[in-house]
Design a protein around this ligand. Sequence first.
Ligand SMILES: C[S@@+](CC[C@H](N)C(=O)[O-])C[C@H]1O[C@@H](n2cnc3c(N)ncnc32)[C@H](O)[C@@H]1O
Length: 303
Amino acid sequence: MPVNPHLILRSVELALNARDAPAFISAVAEANSLIKFLKTQSRIPSMRLHAVNHTTGIPKAVLFRVLEESYQRSVAPEASRLQKTGPDPAFAYGELSLPLLYDIIQQAQLTHRSIFLDLGSGVGNVVAQASLQTGCTSYGIEINRFSASVAQVHQRVFEERCALWGVQSGPVELECGDITKSTRLKELLIEADVIFVNNERFGPALNQTLVQMFSSLKEKALVITLQPLGMSVHCTFTDRDIIKENIIPFCITKHTFHPGDVTWTYKEQNCFFYVHRVNRREHSRARCRQKISTILQTTRWPV
Ligand SMILES: C[S@@+](CC[C@H](N)C(=O)[O-])C[C@H]1O[C@@H](n2cnc3c(N)ncnc32)[C@H](O)[C@@H]1O
């Protein structure tokens, strides 16, 4: 394709400055066909992007670019409708920034062999990022029909952008449904390596149901949330906690992030996310310790 790219760029600039719409459209079309040619037929190797090797990782700039392009084309036009949610705060829409999610995904040590779940997946931004960043298999479930329909469009555009950039994401599955009722989710929970729940606005009843559902998780699986799910096996606890089953079989760590990294808060102070690692052995030890201490406290010792 014997065209000079500088000339095409100049025509775009000229049309833009002259506010000449037909000239601008034709210059952009020419630029696009040059890019297509370079990507598919060029003999210059650096012009051809290859499928990402997930053992070395996709370059961060390419990852963010693909995600941003997909988001702008599918989710951004629906932003105002997405923000209009009903009276239940659990259905409130909100997102985490790309860099924050990048760090969370890194911390979770996902690989192309991992299974990642996003419970309350909104427009599917987290599953797309996890699968492109690491090659993992992702599944997202969303109850809000409108968000779930935007997620479907987002997923289609995301696949197109990945193909265009020559990068490959791990498989992504989306379901429109209720976390507490999905049979597909029940199947996947048994195998899952990492579960993400943006439960900032979930009420105590939904969080408690999640804890019960997580009893089927495999040992060492991670649950990452924005609100802690209960009391860690490493916390000090009382009889009441044991009776009320407040102690969950997780070791929990707390991590700080900047409030600017989430869309729903403009708080000045830092925000937190919590990483829960399933640790049943430590959980049964903690219960044993608690039983012994109860026996010691209630036994009447001879004086
Ligand atoms: C704050 S948004 C999080 C979106 C996305 N995970 C993220 O972090 O960018 C929480 C989502 O959970 C969804 N949700 C709330 N309760 C749910 C339920 N029982 N089943 C499925 N989704 C639910 C809401 O509709 C909302 O879209």
